[in-house]
Structures are given as structure tokens and as C-alpha cells.
Design a protein around this ligand. Structure first.
Ligand code: M6R
Length: 604
């Protein structure tokens, strides 16, 4: 997730671009850049790290006449957070900023390299600018060349392009990544990835649709739809509150992050499934050679995704997999054997305990892999290989979208391993891949569901505790549900394997004990149901989550009927996240910054 801005007009372009980027910094801040075209002269500034670095570099630069510029704040997905990989990317006479992922960039890059083009960055974006300049050689009209470029791009993009041949036009296109264009009566035009940078500048804005493209100049916004029909540009008014604009209309970052899970999971999958196979460019073909065992270390939510993945690694890849809480692993004097792949999972890449286990594994000579959301974090720098989860910045302390993206990466990794070990049939692999591709749609939050959870939440504000129960991968999900609830409601909650309740915890059962039962129909339904019935018989208040009606529950939350337990997993994940959030809201708690917690735990 990155942020882009654009401006055309007579004000000091740099200030407008950098102020706009400040509003978008929450979308990514590992590098930033601006390109400005004034009187046929380009100026380019790029810097790694936060925007203050870019501001410092560009401090003496100003425009004094009509000009235009584009800017970008980056959250690395392809290529390290370096200055060369920072946007805008440049060809000979063209500059571009892009948010999204070009899935077929390798194919395009290969062709361009065969034509003699030299690439200076590792990004997918750079192919767009060179492809455009290649088109320009034969299609002399700059806008027609832009159109022709778009037809070759696969994946997601919101992009802005400025080129020397067109000194008063910004070209734009949107497909799958957000972009807004705005205007005012002075003829100024603005672009941004979300509302916040436009507030106070524009009289009206147009939220572009997928497939829209066109150009702006001081006279007008010229807009075409995906079928290449010219559209009338209708401008709507903007919200007035910048913080709420950053939250994109949601009340909390947690809510926004729950709602954007379908998008970030789609980004995480993008380009990683080809011809019904999993492909991780980040891993050499030989990466799993000589590996007989996998050991995963993590903390908190990342530990829960690790635990869930251990079922998938053993089930599909038939590889022995163990999972450990990092703070325990550090001091247990663990046996570290060279044929073990050591995996750490971390949203931040900075969690002290997890980082320490990675150092231990490195010191013992094990091959290491990190699954992480932050490029250039300590863990990414240290591990032999890394896979980025592409969740974008997670602001809420209670982790949601990081968990969802970790889960899909881990599931893909299990399938990759299974492919390479031939431990999965072609038919099963194909079924799994098809199921994986359905995950983004499963993660779209339905209004009726959210409304129901809002209503239901009022019944779960008291009582002496919650048990989240499930079997198989639904046990780690139960742990995750309980953790979410604890973190933001401050109510006591535990996650338990449902078959384990009768070994002690069932003694707590009474009407004041709330059981949140994860009852998937595609995995051990009857077994889990029996466990729920044992609790119901002892008068625990039961809230069942299932696609199959269940009349022994006091409350029932229906999820979609599907043919795979992993789709039920993601469906239930949304339910437990939203339920916790709605209870916290009713209790009047600070949802995004709960008491006693920090987003990144860099101390032991
Ligand atoms: O950044 P990490 O994934 O390494 O963080 C691990 C835990 O601190 C984190 O998941 C924590 O449990 C969250 N607050 C959970 O919502």
C-alpha cells in the first residue's frame, strides 16, 4: 500500500505535494519522492525513510509559475526501500508514480531488456515508464501511447504520469488501487490516494472507478471508462475532517483494517499464483532442498498464524512442523538441527523476542526465513530470505489484517512445499489454489453481519469470562479471537481446543460463562458440535458461528456456506474481530490504542 499525489496549477507545487504526502504517510513511509515539471524542466527529489528526509532534500526548491508535479510515499513490495526503488520512476523524458502491483512485470521487463532498455530499480513500476517510452516511439501522440501502455498491464494500479512532450497535462489511470481526482475554480487539479490531502484544496472530487483513465489540464478533467467511452465528470463534495478522512470514513483504524482485509489479501496473492501453482519470487528454487523439518517462532497474533499453519504444513507438505512462542524458545536451550528451516513471523519485524530467536537460529547455522509486513525491518535484514505480507501499515494495536495476510502467505508456503515434495496430488493442489483465490471475496464484510454483531455485542458485556473453542486450525483461530477480545475489551477470555474442555475448564461452565464456538461444517463438525453440547448441557451461554443452523446455541452467527474449511476460517476470523471491536465500543474503550499495550514490542 503506497500513497500518491498529483498537482497542476500555479501554486508552489512542492508544498502541495509534500503536504499531501504527509496526509498519506500512514499508507507507507519507507521512502518518498516528487517530480516536478516547470517550463520544460524536470526536478526530481527522492529520499529513503520518513517524509522529513524528502522535505530536507527539497528545502530550497520552489516553483513560481504554472507547473505540475507528482509524488509518492512508498510501502515496499518489490525491491528494498532504497532511493533507487523510490518513486517517481524515470525513463528518458517521463516520470511516473504508481500504487499497486504489476503482476506481469517480469514478462514486460524481459521484452524491454531484449530491446536494450536498462533498469535501475528492482520495482515492478519501472516497467511502466519504459513501456510507455517504447510505445511513444511508434505512436507519436503521448496520450495514445499512454492508452496503449495500459492495455499491456496486468494487476493493480493507480498511476500518474508526466512527460516532457505534454508540458501541461497529467495522465492518470486507475485499476484496483484507489485514486481520487479533484478540481477547483482556479483551474487547479489534484490527485490523491484518499480524501485527506484534497481537503481544503478542491471544490469537488471524483472517486475514480476501476478501468478509468484520462488526463487533466487547467481547462478540464478528461475521463474515459474501461470501455474507452468518454465520461462526464461529476464532482462530489469532500468530508471536512482530516483524521476521519485518514480513517476513510471508519470510526477506528481497527475497523478500517478489518474492512480492507479483502484488498490487502488480494495484494498479497497478486503475482504469486501462476498456472495453478504457487510462486514466490523471493525464494530460490532450491530453498527447501535438504530441509526435513520446519520450526516457527513468533509472538501474539503472529504466533497464532504460525500455529494454524503447522496444520497445513503437516497436512499438505507432509513436513514435520513445530511452533514455539518466541519468549519461551529463547531460554529453553532448544535443539537446533541443520536440516530444520527456521521461520519467524512478525508484522513489525522488530519484536525483540522473535528477533532474538532468529539470531539464535542464524548462529546455529540454520536456514532462516521471515514472513513480515515491513521491509527493511531488523528481521528482514537478518534472515536468509523474506516474504512480505503486503498488508500496508497496520495502525491499530490489535492486529487484524496482518494476521489475514500471514495466513494466506503461510498457506501458500505449505502448498509450495507440497508441490516441491510431490506430497499433494495435482487435483488437490488445483482445488486448494482455487480456494485460495476465493479468499479475498470471502473477506468482504457484509453489512448485515456487521449490523448483527453490533446488536449482539450488548449481550456480552458482563459475565465471568469467555471461552473461544475450536478444533484443528480453528483452535489457533479461537486463541486469536480470545486475544482480540482481551486486548480491546479488557474482559477475560481464553482460547481452547474444544476437545480439551472436559479435561478441566468445563468446571467453569455456568450461564455467566460465554462460549464462542467455532463450528466449521467442512472440518470435524460433529466432533466440535459434541463438545459444544457438553457446554450447553452445563448451561454455558453459547454463541455459535457456523454455516449450518445450530439450535442449541443461545446466539447464532451464520457464515457463508462454502466447500472448504479455510474459507470458513477466514469468514469466522472476520466475525471474531468485529465482535471484539463492537464489545469494546460498547464498553467505551479506546479501540485503536488499548491500555497497557504498544504496537511494537521491542523490549523483552
Ligand atoms: O509485530 P509482531 O507480529 O512480531 O508482534 C507480535 C505481537 O506483539 C502482536 O501480534 C500482538 O500480540 C498484537 N497486539 C495482537 O493483536
Amino acid at each position: 500500500m503506497c500513497g500518491i499525489v498529483g498537482y497542476l496549477g500555479s501554486k508552489n507545487v512542492k508544498n502541495i505535494l509534500i503536504d499531501g504526502l504527509k496526509e498519506l504517510e500512514y499508507r507507507g513511509y519507507d521512502s518518498a519522492g516528487i517530480a516536478v515539471l516547470e517550463n520544460e524542466n524536470f526536478s526530481l527529489f527522492k529520499a529513503t525513510g520518513k517524509l522529513v528526509n524528502l522535505e530536507a532534500k527539497a528545502k530550497d526548491f520552489e516553483t513560481s509559475s504554472f507547473s505540475m508535479g507528482i509524488g509518492h510515499t512508498r510501502w515496499a513490495t518489490h525491491g528494498k526501500p532504497t532511493e533507487l526503488n523510490a518513486h517517481p520512476h524515470v525513463g528518458v523524458q517521463t516520470y511516473i508514480v504508481h500504487n499497486g502491483i504489476i503482476e506481469n512485470y517480469q514478462e514486460i521487463k524481459k521484452e524491454l531488456q531484449e530491446d536494450g532498455v536498462t533498469f535501475i530499480s528492482q520495482t515492478d513500476t519501472e516497467v511502466i515508464v519504459h513501456l510507455y517510452e517504447k510505445k511513444l516511439k511508434t505512436i507519436k501522440d503521448p496520450f495514445e501511447a499512454f492508452k496503449a501502455t495500459l492495455t499491456e498491464l496486468e494487476g493493480a494500479y493507480a498511476l500518474l504520469l508526466i512527460t516532457k512532450g505534454e508540458n501541461s497535462k497529467i495522465f492518470f489511470a486507475k485499476y484496483g488501487s484507489p485514486m481520487i481526482v479533484g478540481a477547483n475554480e482556479n483551474g487547479e487539479k489534484f490527485f490523491a490516494s484518499s480524501d485527506a490531502p484534497l481537503i481544503g484544496h478542491c471544490e469537488g472530487v471524483n472517486y475514480l472507478n476501476d478501468g478509468d483513465y484520462g488526463y487533466v489540464d487547467s481547462d478540464a478533467i478528461t475521463l474515459y471508462n474501461k470501455d474507452h467511452h468518454k465520461k462526464d465528470v461529476s464532482l462530489s463534495s469532500l468530508p471536512t475532517n482530516k483524521l476521519s478522512a485518514q480513517k476513510e470514513g471508519f470510526s477506528f483504524f481497527m475497523e478500517k483494517e478489518i474492512y480492507e482485509q479483502h484488498d490487502v489479501v488480494a495484494d498479497t496473492l497478486r503475482g504469486r499464483i501462476k498456472n495453478e501453482k504457487v510462486v514466490f519470487e523471493e525464494l530460490a528454487d532450491t530453498f527447501f532442498d535438504d530441509i526435513n523439518e520446519i520450526k516457527i517462532c513468533a509472538c501474539g497474533t503472529s504466533y497464532h498464524s504460525a500455529l494454524a499453519s503447522s496444520y497445513l504444513f503437516e497436512r499438505y507438505a507432509k513436513v514435520r512442523t513445530s511452533v514455539e512462542i518466541a519468549s519461551e524458545f529463547r531460554y529453553k536451550e532448544p535443539l537446533l538441527l541443520k536440516d530444520t528451516l527456521f521461520v519467524v513471523i512478525s508484522q513489525s519485524g522488530e519484536t525483540a523476542d522473535t528477533l532474538e530467536t532468529l539470531k539464535m537460529a542464524k548462529a546455529a547455522g540454520l536456514k532462516t526465513l521471515v514472513i513480515c509486513n515491513v521491509d527493511n525491518s531488523s528481521m528482514v535484514r537478518l534472515a536468509d530470505a523474506s516474504i512480505l505480507t503486503r498488508a500496508g501499515i497496520e495502525k491499530s494495536v490489535a492486529s487484524t489484517k496482518a494476521f489475514a495476510t500471514q495466513m494466506v502467505v503461510l498457506w501458500m508456503l505449505a502448498l509450495l512445499n507440497a508441490q516441491q515434495r510431490n506430497s499433494i496430488s495435482k487435483e488437490e493442489l488445483s482445488k486448494q489454489i482455487k480456494t485460495l483465490l476465493k479468499v479475498p471475496a470471502t473477506l468482504v464484510v457484509k453489512d448485515e453481519l456487521h449490523e448483527k454483531l453490533k446488536r449482539l455485542s450488548k449481550r456480552y458485556l458482563h459475565g465471568h469470562g469467555f471461552f473461544f473453542i475450536g478444533r484443528d486450525v480453528f483452535f489457533p483461530l479461537a486463541l486469536e479471537g480470545a486475544l482480540k477480545l482481551k486486548e480491546i475489551t479488557y474482559l477475560h477470555a481464553e482460547g481452547y481446543p474444544s476437545g480439551e474442555m472436559k479435561h478441566g475448564p468445563i468446571a467453569l461452565a455456568d450461564p455467566e460463562l460465554f462460549t464462542i464456538a467455532l463450528l466449521p461444517t467442512n472440518r470435524l463438525y460433529e466432533k466440535t458440535k459434541s463438545n459444544v453440547e457438553e457446554l450447553s448441557a452445563r448451561d454455558s451461554t453459547i454463541c455459535a458461528i457456523s454455516s449450518r443452523e445450530y439450535d442449541k446455541a443461545d446466539d447464532f452467527i451464520k457464515i457463508e456456506q462454502s466447500d472448504h474449511y479455510m474459507l470458513e476460517f477466514f469468514d469466522m476470523m472476520i466475525v471474531v474481530q468485529l465482535l471484539s471491536m463492537e464489545i469494546a465500543v460498547r464498553l467505551g474503550n479506546d479501540v485503536d490504542m488499548p491500555r497497557n499495550l504498544a504496537k511494537s514490542v521491542t523490549v523483552e
